[in-house]
Design a protein around this ligand. Structure first.
Ligand SMILES: Cc1cc2nc3c(=O)[nH]c(=O)nc-3n(C[C@H](O)[C@H](O)[C@H](O)COP(=O)(O)OP(=O)(O)OC[C@H]3O[C@@H](n4cnc5c(N)ncnc54)[C@H](O)[C@@H]3O)c2cc1C
Length: 386
């Protein structure tokens, strides 16, 4: 059944929209999720469904064709989307922040023209920080050297989502290697720039589906671009990356919440129906303990993400809280996925239930926006600052 966000008078009916999205996930997106898993390809009908449902323009400000939802309004919707295929969730998550934030806050008038096209889903963006031979942050090797009104880019990025379909690539490179954190800049490179090639990488454990689920290498060899491709002032790249990652990490926490809630719901449903030795699993104390632990973690994660979301909506700093939500979120979903598998027994290991796919997809958030170690470093740095 088509879902059209324009039928909901926001924000009053936002809760109705969330419920409609929850139904849409099961009626329209789950069949697509199964198709992706069976064929390892994203079917053509997925994209118009995402565009028409409004899921790609929920947080974009109204002046650029979005619905201007606050994060308190948007995250309950992301939580519903996170219950289906990881690739679909990744698209909704990236579209509602990662792929537009820098253009909105730092972009030139020309770059801002992309915003309505991103909101409508007609322009695809990839966001590229990770490199094959270095760590992220100050360790980056990619360079963008000034040559008059041009910049010449050399280096590689890898593991970049949506690179196979993107029209514009937001990249981070050193414009002045001697200037420390002020030596980083961010650029928006158009697909097909001379000296820039995109090379697909091998299939992934989860978040699958060619071409949207394929991660890729971005290879720049003396790629000359105009200085107008810089996003914001030269030297502000690291600040832009960190600001973008704050909300993005919180989105990963919300993703883990949606996945964990679904692992819990599926486990409760199964435990109430499966009978062994004359009793349902739900009647067994051992299974009840697992359900209780899952429900407790989900509740704690919900409170943590709600608290951090209110900070974002008020424009308050949330670097530490966002990293905590992501760290606690991936641990919650890890435990929930293990317990759900245990409760489902052998059938959980088959494709009879979505548990098998969700178990693999749930490992994606471990890496997106930085590993647990990196989250701990961010949290420790913030705590030790005070
Ligand atoms: C499906 C998928 C999609 C992705 N999409 C994108 C994308 O769109 N854009 C993008 O930029 N990146 C993307 N990535 C990359 C992802 O962000 C990185 O894989 C992740 O941040 C980890 O970095 P790495 O792979 O370089 O691991 P490494 O940095 O090599 O880390 C390996 C291990 O060593 C630890 N480690 C590393 N450095 C230190 C240190 N200094 N101290 C202690 N421990 C350390 C790490 O915690 C980790 O456990 C994607 C990855 C995947 C799997």
């Amino acid at each position: 059944m088509p879902l059209d966000v324009t039928k909901f008078k926001l924000p009053q009916q936002i809760e109705e929209y969330r419920k409609a999205v929850a139904e849409f996930v099961l009626s329209d997106l789950e069949p697509i999720a199964n198709q992706i898993e069976n064929t390892v390809k994203v079917p053509k009908e997925m994209w118009p469904k995402l565009q028409q449902s409004g899921l790609l323009r929920l947080t974009m400000p109204k002046e650029y064709g979005g619905f201007g939802l606050t994060y308190s309004q948007y995250f309950p919707i992301l939580e519903e989307v996170a219950k289906t295929h990881g690739t679909i969730r990744l698209i909704v998550h990236t579209w509602n922040w990662l792929y537009y934030y820098q253009f909105l806050k730092y972009g030139s008038a020309e770059q801002k023209k992309l915003l309505p096209k991103i909101a409508s889903g007609d322009h695809m963006v990839a966001w590229a920080l990770t490199e094959p031979d270095t760590g992220t942050g100050l360790d980056l090797k990619m360079t963008a050297k000034r040559d008059g009104d041009s910049l010449v880019i050399n280096g590689k990025k890898h593991l970049i989502s949506l690179a196979m379909v993107a029209d514009t690539f937001i990249i981070f490179a050193k414009t002045d290697p001697s200037a420390g954190r002020r030596g980083f800049s961010s650029l928006a490179i158009p697909k097909g720039a001379k000296g820039f090639t995109v090379i697909p990488q091998p299939d992934t454990m989860g978040l699958r589906g060619d071409p949207h689920g394929v991660v890729a290498i971005l290879d720049f060899k003396n790629c000359r671009v105009p200085a107008s491709t810089l996003i914001g002032p030269e030297g502000s790249g690291l600040d832009q990356a960190l600001e973008t990652l704050d909300v993005s990490r919180l989105s990963i926490g919300v993703t883990c919440l949606g996945l964990s809630q679904r692992f819990l719901d599926l486990s409760v449903h199964y435990a109430q129906r499966r009978t062994t030795f004359g009793k349902t699993l739900a009647e067994r104390q051992a299974v009840q303990q697992m359900i209780a632990d899952m429900a407790t973690d989900v509740h704690a994660l919900r409170l943590m993400t709600t608290d951090a979301t209110l900070k974002v909506d008020r424009g308050l700093p949330c670097r530490k809280e966002a990293a905590m939500c992501k760290l606690f979120g991936i641990e919650t979903v890890r435990k929930a996925s293990d317990k759900a598998l245990e409760i489902h027994g052998g059938l959980g290991f088959t494709r009879v239930f979505p548990i098998e796919r969700m178990y693999r997809d749930a490992r994606g958030p471990w890496l997106e926006e930085g590993t647990p170690t990196i989250q701990r470093s961010v949290i420790a740095r913030e705590v030790l600052k005070s």
